[in-house]
Design a protein around this ligand. Structure first.
Ligand SMILES: [Zn+2]
Length: 214
């Protein structure tokens, strides 16, 4: 079993692991962690893929596996939608007083980008989902709303490590980004918009399927 550092993703050498104490230390970055928490493709003892928590789903038929999770954030639309409307209001104001505003074009571009960003965020936090489908060894990861979104393909048989990756932004005031990574000959990261419990469920269900040899 290969263990990889959860911080820098480098492979941990056997002599840097203490399995009896469930501890490992990554020599390149000095990170110490519990092996059981980060051993790739091991799942928590009490994890049951057949009891998906609210907001997640798991369906397995003879030829297809579907694992999904909602990206709904309750209440988020209550502040995102008004912010978007304020942005759109400013767009109309800038258009109306175009000739009197300094850098009006730049203002329009910024306001339009902000409005689009807020509109997508409102939709994702109300109706969005992340869904992984695997059929005959070919998988897709969909992120979006309804049928509109971003679909990426991967080869399930070429994936041999599944783990959670944390990206710490250079600016410490920003949030740490958590993603599910499927790694092997192909590489895919997704699920940054899921909350912790949904991400936990999707991550461990994928690991479970890998361990089962699906
Ligand atoms: Zn490391």
């Amino acid at each position: 079993m290969n263990i990889y550092c959860p911080k820098c993703q480098k492979k941990i050498r056997f002599e840097d692991m203490n399995v009896a104490q469930d501890a490992a230390m990554c020599k390149p970055c000095n990170y110490v962690f519990k092996v059981s928490d980060f051993a790739c493709n091991t799942i928590p003892r009490d994890f049951n893929p057949n009891s998906p928590p609210a907001g997640t789903w798991f369906n397995k038929t003879h030829d297809e596996i579907v694992i999904g999770a909602s990206t709904r954030v309750s209440g988020a639309a209550f502040y995102l939608v008004p912010s978007m409307l304020v942005c759109i209001g400013f767009i109309f104001k800038v258009i109306k007083d175009y000739e009197f505003i300094h850098d009006a074009t730049l203002a329009l571009v910024i306001l339009t980008i902000m409005s689009i960003y807020l509109a997508i965020s409102s939709l994702m936090t109300s109706f969005g989902k992340v869904e992984v489908r695997i059929r005959n060894g070919i998988g897709t990861v969909f992120t979006g709303v309804g049928k509109t979104g971003w679909t990426r393909k991967f080869n399930w048989n070429e994936i041999d490590r599944i783990y959670e990756h944390l990206t710490t932004p250079a600016d410490s005031s920003l949030k740490i980004v958590h993603e599910i990574v499927m790694d092997g000959k192909s590489w895919l990261a997704f699920g940054a918009s899921l909350d912790d419990s949904n991400r936990y469920y999707v991550l461990n269900t994928l690991k479970y399927l890998k361990l089962e040899g699906e």
